[in-house]
Ligand binder design. Structure first.
Ligand SMILES: Nc1nc(=O)c2c([nH]1)NC[C@@H]1CN(c3ccc(C(=O)N[C@@H](CCC(=O)O)C(=O)O)cc3)CN21
Ligand SMILES: CC(C)C(=O)C(=O)O
Ligand SMILES: [Mg+2]
Length: 279
């Protein structure tokens, strides 16, 4: 890690001394301590999130929208995520790092493995991919080869054309049952984390109660094992459409450190997400 980032904030003493690992996260789930996740794309913000106590950092393909200015995540390439992952890894000290496999990079188990290796070698400790039971053989293929996998269900932005927009998922009985079956299949295939995006809070609770692995919600209610937000949404600097689950944590704060610290506190004490952020 770059020396100038080491003591970037004189006012905040880094409280976490041990690196966050998968067993740490599993232990948090069992104890009922909420897991915090934020996206990050560069070294400086990563150092800030780390010293504010954010548990896990995601190099999301949302970078296509918040960094590159596209109106979807579809144009993001593997090399884009590799570049940002390497930057994040250099700024990180103890947070757990996961990176998105972008659209079109995990169509077969073999291609998923070759591409996931690139993300792990850039500094990710886990890779995330979007989709249901059809991905189970791919999840199995990766986890057998020592690559931890996070699956992503519900509103999966890489499927925007099939969904016909960024819409809440799992609303009908049939869609809810399908999502539960997908979640179980992914856990059985070896996934160790599951992101649930824009689904009814009641469904996210059922899925979390049914699984043993950690669930991380975004627009999925307060009962997941943890929460994730896009950093630019938390800071109120994303100029695009603001989803219902977004909260600007800069409001009432005078520094980015204070806003991130407020997010961590609100997730840990269960006050975020509030009912107005849920479906
Ligand atoms: N800045 C940013 N934040 C995100 O959360 C995000 C990205 N970018 N890029 C990738 C995807 C796209 N995402 C989105 C984008 C829009 C909505 C949205 O506006 N949803 C409607 C749902 C309407 C409905 O079906 O009822 C909403 O009102 O929240 C949701 C997720 C989540 N991800
Ligand atoms: C919103 C999170 C879950 C994500 O996938 C991203 O930032 O790309
Ligand atoms: Mg993503």
């Amino acid at each position: 890690m770059a020396a100038y980032l080491q003591d970037a904030d004189g006012s905040t003493t880094a409280s976490r001394t041990k690196p966050v690992t998968l067993p740490t996260l599993q232990n948090m789930r069992q104890k009922g301590e909420k897991i915090t996740m934020l996206t990050s794309y560069d070294a400086s913000f990563t150092a800030l999130l780390d010293r504010c106590g954010v548990d896990t950092i995601l190099i999301g393909d949302s970078l296509g929208m918040v960094c590159q200015g596209h109106n979807s995540t579809l144009p993001v390439t593997l090399q884009d995520v590799v570049y940002h992952t390497a930057s994040v890894a250099r700024g990180n000290r103890t947070a757990f790092i996961l990176a998105d496999l972008p659209f079109g990079t995990y169509g077969t188990p073999e291609s998923a493995f070759a591409n996931a290796v690139q993300l792990i070698q850039a500094g990710a400790q886990m890779v995330k991919l979007e989709g249901g039971a059809w991905l189970a053989p791919t999840v199995r293929f990766l986890t057998e080869r020592a690559i931890p996998v996070c699956a992503h269900l519900g509103l999966t932005p890489q499927s925007v054309h099939q969904m016909g927009g960024y819409k809440v998922q799992g609303k009908t009985n049939q869609a809810a049952e399908q999502l539960k079956a997908d979640a179980l299949a992914l856990q059985n295939a070896g996934a160790e984390m599951l992101v649930l995006e824009a689904i009814p809070a009641t469904l996210a609770k059922e899925v979390t109660d049914m699984l043993t692995i950690t669930t991380i919600g975004i627009g999925a209610g307060p009962d997941c094992s943890g929460q994730v937000l896009v950093l630019h949404d938390l800071l109120g600097v994303f100029p695009g459409h603001k989803a219902r689950f977004v909260k600007n944590f800069m409001e009432g704060q005078t520094s980015i450190d204070a806003a991130v610290t407020a997010y961590v506190a609100a997730v840990k004490d269960g006050s975020f997400p509030a009912p107005e952020h849920c479906f």
